[in-house]
Design a binder for this molecule. Structure first.
Ligand code: ADP
Length: 293
């Protein structure tokens, strides 16, 4: 099974011909709300990919919080570790222009209240195969979760997004680091497997439509091409990839890395084929179909 400790945001999305400048008002088009946040997205990705998945996070005591909770439950995610905090849920205010360029402000809201784990969260982490982390909740709880996993022999997978330099005490607890090229540059100074392996024992570098690269300190190097798809919207492709990688790692362990990477690439590609972010996260049947294509 997989446990995710991370963020849940409601994306408030409006389309407009062009993005407004400072002090300017532009008339927008359709408005929609979409469940998001890297933590919740990766939990939904893992559940749709077929794993038993639990999410530890926090939403607000508002209507957005209920919508976020309902979305996780509908995807089959175990939400016993989802707190309801006083105050607002995390939101992302997103404006998208006609060329699909966007402008985003994130208000962390309840995510900022996730500062520590409960005993039940630590027990869930200890019983899981994989703990999956990102960097959208306070660093203290990320480190606490990684330490709980490490002590129990649960594999720690860290998706270092949004990109930030990583403290040494956290790095020492990470088994598998997953980053895209931009994140790798910020985390390791260079978008290369060799640079990442100076920080962690196993590293996965996602390369968009080019697929992914993997390396570990035993000297293994793997390169996997992404399945060729008609990409219409690559938002959340990284979340689909990371969620599926955690599932494959939980099911097959470190001995089947190439299989896990190919399967995760199929999940990322399947997400890129469909419009939208969390709504485009693929189910196991679609991942398997692209994997075997
Ligand atoms: P992020 O979304 O975090 O920037 P990437 O763009 O590297 O991450 O995408 C993550 C994974 O999703 C890639 O490794 C690849 O497997 C898949 N993917 C992304 N874009 C495409 C695409 N255009 N065609 C096929 N697969 C894609």
């Amino acid at each position: 099974s997989v446990v995710v400790v991370g963020s849940a945001n409601l994306d408030l999305v409006v389309s407009a011909q062009r993005l407004p400048g400072p002090g300017e008002t532009v008339l927008g088009g359709d408005f929609r709300t979409v469940p998001g946040g890297k933590g919740a997205n990766q939990a939904v990705a893992a559940a749709r990919a077929g794993a038993a998945c639990a999410f530890v996070g926090a939403v607000g005591g508002d209507a957005f919080g209920r919508q976020l909770r309902d979305g996780l439950v509908a995807a089959g995610v175990d939400v016993r570790g989802l707190r309801t905090a006083d105050g607002p849920s995390g939101v992302a205010l997103i404006t998208v222009d006609a060329a699909a360029e966007n402008c985003i402000v994130v208000a962390p809201g309840a995510n900022a209240t996730l500062t520590t784990l409960e005993p039940a969260d630590r027990a869930a982490i200890a019983a899981a195969d994989v703990l999956l982390l990102q960097l959208e909740v306070p660093p203290g709880v990320v480190a606490e979760a990684a330490a709980a996993a490490s002590a129990a022999g649960t594999t720690v997978v860290l998706n270092a997004a949004p990109a930030a330099p990583l403290p040494g005490d956290l790095l020492a607890l990470v088994d598998v680091l997953v980053v895209n090229e931009h994140e790798a540059t910020i985390v390791a100074g260079d978008a290369s497997i060799d640079a990442l392996l100076r920080l962690v024992p196993r590293a996965v570098l996602t390369l968009g439509a080019r697929g992914t690269a993997y390396g570990d300190r035993s000297g293994a190097r793997v390169r996997v091409a992404a399945p060729s798809v008609e990409a219409v919207d690559t938002t959340a492709a990284g979340d689909a990839f990371t969620g599926a990688l955690a599932v494959a790692w939980a099911e097959l362990g470190a001995g089947a890395v190439e299989h896990a990477l190919r399967w995760a690439c199929a999940a990322g590609a399947a997400c890129a084929e469909r419009p939208g972010a969390s709504v485009a996260l693929p189910g196991r049947a679609r991942i398997d179909a692209l994997f075997h294509a």
